[in-house]
Design a protein around this ligand. Structure first.
Ligand code: MG
Length: 409
């Protein structure tokens, strides 16, 4: 039998070094380059064919906290129906929008992707209302906040390595949680990792890719909450027509099949917002480039005065977006059917919190072990924040319901 011969090739294998060179020669001067990373808490040898940010993206995908996003609520409680977004599908939508914006602006797409994958890892089960409950329960321990919790998660609670806690991500990917908040603020919020203070002197403003992910997050949740809200029957699309952007979109698809009309409108809403972000941000980046004294690395932009963000909507779209958010709060998030479920979730979380404080031995081994190292309240808070909706419900049922009722659960 003839031996198989590989055809001759004239391409080279892709290495980390060639990827880093590509970034340096092809990305915008505003992009964050993987070859210039400030590094990791614990130094590691670089990978041969993945950049530091690609490696972080892969670590996040393989983490426990990422898998749990599948069973955490976005707005609609996880078991209500298969149509609705969960925190996992929300995260994937944020990844998609972030990558589109980053690519169009020649920013670092790998970094934006990794940040988007991580951005909601500190969220509690059952969404924002439970975050408020945990904040209140932790009042004498400096409170609870999902970004600080995200950092605890990737620096401390994830434990895949023998030599240290956490995923040992780069400074840049971690900055999706710290934003521009000084470490002192994070310490107040119960975030305690002396090693991470090594990065205290990073850029004074959020790096570009973090700005991209923050905006992509808003675009994703506004549009998918409208989609889920209409689909569930709780949100009347006409009630959003007070905003010009939605009214124009909604009216332009009049007469279509309701399902197609909804999807067409959501698609257009995302596209208009993303296009607005890309165009407006590109204009701002050019303005900076044309001025002397620019300093993208520190976030100081003398040409534009004291502005916080380069990646942003145009002022008109920003106004529309704020208005849409207000209407969503009024008409969907405070809908009695939504708040009723959230109230139930809050009762469950309060009961679980008080129970584990009294019975720390009922937590899983890794948390029981940590109880000696940190205040018990913080450990209980970590344990509950890491739960999925269904795990929290299962624990509640098993701890508080009589066996005869548990049979039917
Ligand atoms: Mg989010």
């Amino acid at each position: 039998m003839a031996e198989f011969v590989h055809p001759p090739t004239d391409f080279n294998a892709i290495t980390r070094k060639s990827l880093e060179e590509n970034e340096r020669s092809h990305l915008s001067p505003h992009a964050t380059l993987s070859g210039d990373s400030l590094g990791r808490l614990y130094p590691e040898e670089e990978h041969s064919f993945r950049t530091a940010f690609q490696r972080d993206r892969d670590r996040l995908i393989h983490s426990t906290a990422f898998r749990r996003l599948e069973y955490k609520t976005q707005v609609f409680v996880n078991r209500e129906g298969d149509y609705y977004r969960t925190r996992l599908t929300h995260t994937l939508e944020v990844v998609q929008i972030s990558r589109s914006i980053a690519r169009a602006l020649a920013l670092n797409e790998d970094l934006a992707e990794a940040m988007a994958l991580a951005h909601d890892m500190g969220h509690t089960p059952f969404g924002h209302t439970v975050e408020e409950v945990l904040d209140e329960l932790m009042a004498d321990e400096n409170g609870f906040e999902h970004n600080a919790q995200g950092l605890r998660c990737v620096d401390l609670l994830e434990a895949p390595y023998a030599g240290f806690s956490g995923l040992n991500l780069t400074y840049e990917v971690r900055s999706i949680f710290t934003k521009k908040r000084p470490m002192a603020d994070l310490r107040r919020l119960g975030y305690a990792s002396p090693e991470s203070e090594k990065f205290d002197g990073g850029p004074s403003k959020p790096i570009m890719e973090a700005q991209v992910v923050d905006l992509a997050d808003s675009v994703a949740y506004n549009s998918h909450d409208i989609d889920d809200g209409i689909k569930s029957g709780l949100l009347d699309p006409e009630s959003l027509c007070e905003t010009d952007v939605w009214r124009r979109i909604w009216e332009s698809s009049l007469g279509q099949d309701p399902g197609i009309r909804r999807r067409t409108a959501i698609r257009q809403l995302i596209n208009r917002q993303v296009t607005d972000i890309v165009e407006a941000s590109y204009e701002r980046m050019k303005q900076i480039d044309d001025q002397p004294g620019r300093s993208p690395s520190t976030g100081d932009y003398p040409a534009l005065g004291r502005i916080e963000r380069i990646i942003d909507f145009r002022p008109e779209m920003r106004k529309q977006e704020t208005e849409l958010k207000r209407l969503l709060h009024k008409n969907l998030y405070r809908h009695p059917q939504v708040t009723r479920k959230m109230d139930k979730a809050c009762t469950m979380i309060r009961s679980l919190f008080n129970y584990y404080l009294e019975h720390p031995e009922q937590m899983t081994t890794s948390y029981r072990k940590r109880a000696g190292d940190e205040p018990l309240k913080r450990v209980v808070c970590d344990y509950i924040a890491g739960m999925t909706d269904r795990f929290a419900e299962g624990e509640y049922v098993s701890l508080f319901l009589p066996d005869s009722l548990r049979m039917n659960h």
